[in-house]
Design a protein. Structure first.
Length: 539
């Protein structure tokens, strides 16, 4: 492939080439699709179906209801909902009304919700009725002035406004709020070095740009059926929603990843697009009789959110004849910066996150200073720039200055670039383990662990060692019925990785901790390990 680069990694940094960002706000994506294809099915949520025309009418009602309640341009509106039509209506309705969407993980507890409310300065909160008990005490102490409950389970929500009643009473016309592309559309909260979430300010232009950047071949309106199992509050799920709306796709919404429901949806809705994370694909691989559900007929399987083990990708091809295309992104970039070419499978490289998406520049810089560009093959920090890169962190000028330097976004990920301009994530900078002065990357150990047929899930962290400073420790979930021992698994690793990289111990668990999107959480394992090792207070 050398000499046939689909992207020139050595072109002048800071240019967007010929990539053009459409002059749209995020809600205009839905406006245009609804105008062109009002009768096409937009959302399928169990037995509920909504066309694009009806969806846009509800979005206009939502915007007018919020304006009637006193929403002003740039007011923050917190959305705390699972994947459901109410989320889609609230998301686009908030933007049409001139507000800023603040996305909240529905699994958050009251303390975490209160922190986001206070940090964002949100005045409105739209919540699923089943989650209302978490937020009913918030208005007195967090600045929330209006709580709107979406009826999903039938639970009582005393003191909250009814989303259903607000929509029924609101008119279906454009509220006429002027918003510029440079205005903030979404506060996407993400973790930071301080441990406290911070809001990445994503503008309308950032999100619109990334929607267009992420589009491969353009399908005919109505021919695409997308399984929206990625949480809509997650930046990857948000991108999938906007891309699906742009394509006038049928969006099949599922509120959570339950493998039986996922497989039934693939079969019953003839899914053509399945965006997911590695743990989802692992669950599909291990589902009894999965071949009968039409996995091989899915045209586009895309992975993000976490590194996809090469062994899982190859097993998926062997079992279903379907290839998974891996990409890369982060909340601060709306999120996608890299992707394997979707139009030609022969251009994909297993284990690679691909090449920068249109209009994006990327390079590898040295770890100590972040100022020296490294040549192909050398490992350093991945930095990117492009129209999808955030405006900065909400009320965090110091952290913004660390992340955005001279027009480049410093991702915090350790990576390398090959001679063809393809990039490979080695690991998170903060997850790197230093063993007797040697850099050890958890992912390279995890890749070998996944090659063992009994390993279902694996994660590696660094733990303190009095002699070496740190040593790797592996956490493993085994396939059902396996009797694999620690000694046998360590024997599997020997000879495939350097001796100093060998885990000092293996802890077997029934399952490993995951985020709401299904990403394995090394940081939670590290916190549990730290707590376990902490000296116990004297009674």
């Amino acid at each position: 492939m050398a000499g046939e680069r689909p992207w020139d990694p050595f072109r002048r940094p800071g240019t967007e080439g010929e990539f053009h960002v459409p002059a749209l706000r995020v809600h205009d994506i839905l406006r245009e699709t609804a105008a062109a294809h009002p009768d096409l099915l937009a959302l399928a949520f169990y037995r509920q179906e909504i066309t694009y025309g009806a969806l846009w009418a509800d979005v206009q009602r939502m915007a007018n209801a919020l304006r009637t309640l006193g929403l002003r341009p740039e007011d923050r509106v917190m959305l705390m909902l699972p994947n459901c039509p109410a989320y889609v209506i609230s998301y686009y309705g908030t933007l049409l009304a001139g507000g800023i969407v603040t996305q909240v993980n529905p699994l958050y507890v009251q303390r975490e919700i209160a922190y986001l409310a206070k940090d964002s300065g949100a005045r409105f909160l739209i919540v699923a009725d089943a989650l209302y008990d978490k937020v009913r005490a918030l208005p007195e102490r967090s600045g929330i002035q209006r709580v709107i409950a979406a009826r999903l389970s039938g639970q009582e929500t005393p003191g909250a406004l009814s989303l259903h009643e607000l929509l029924a009473a609101a008119p279906t016309d454009d509220p006429g709020v002027e918003r510029r592309q440079e205005d903030v559309a979404v506060l996407q909260y993400t973790g930071g070095t301080t441990g406290l979430p911070k809001g990445a300010m994503l503008t309308h232009r950032n999100i619109v740009a990334n929607t267009w950047q992420s589009v491969g071949e353009v399908p005919q309106p109505g021919e695409t059926s997308v399984l929206q199992i990625l949480p809509l509050f997650h930046v990857f799920g948000m991108l999938v929603l906007n891309m699906s709306v742009k394509h006038a796709a049928r969006i099949v919404l599922l509120p959570r990843f339950e493998i039986d429901q996922v497989m039934a949806a693939i079969r019953d809705h003839q899914i053509t697009d399945f965006p997911g994370v590695p743990t989802m694909y692992i669950a599909v691989l291990n589902y009894p009789g999965a071949e009968a559900y039409g996995i091989g007929n899915i045209r586009r399987l895309s992975a993000g959110g976490a590194a996809m083990p090469i062994e899982v990708m190859q097993t998926f091809v062997d079992k279903f004849g379907a290839e998974i295309s891996e990409g890369y992104g982060l909340s601060e970039a709306s999120p996608v910066t890299h992707s394997n070419p979707a139009h030609d499978p022969s251009l994909r490289k297993a284990g690679s996150i691909g090449i920068p998406v249109p209009g994006t520049d990327a390079r590898i810089v040295d770890l100590p200073t972040g100022t020296r560009t490294l040549p192909p093959g050398e490992v350093g920090e991945l930095v990117v720039q492009g129209p999808q890169v955030m405006q900065g962190y909400w009320h965090r000028p110091e952290e913004t200055a660390v992340a955005l330097r001279d027009g480049w976004l410093y991702t915090g990920d350790i990576a390398r670039m090959d001679e063809d301009g393809y990039f490979y994530i080695v690991d998170r900078k903060k997850d790197m383990i230093i063993v007797s002065g040697n850099n050890v990357y958890p992912r390279e150990i995890e890749e070998v662990l996944y090659e063992h047929p009994d390993v279902l899930e694996a994660a590696v962290i660094g733990v303190p060692d009095p002699y070496r400073g740190e040593v790797p420790k592996a956490f493993v979930a085994l396939r059902e019925g396996s009797a694999l021992t620690e000694e046998a698994l360590l024997m599997h690793l020997r000879g495939q990785i350097a001796p100093f990289k060998l885990p000092k111990s293996v802890e077997f668990r029934k399952e490993l901790p995951k985020s709401a999107v299904g990403k394995l959480l090394r940081r939670e394992l590290a916190a549990q390990e730290q707590e376990r090792r902490a000296p116990k207070a004297q009674a």
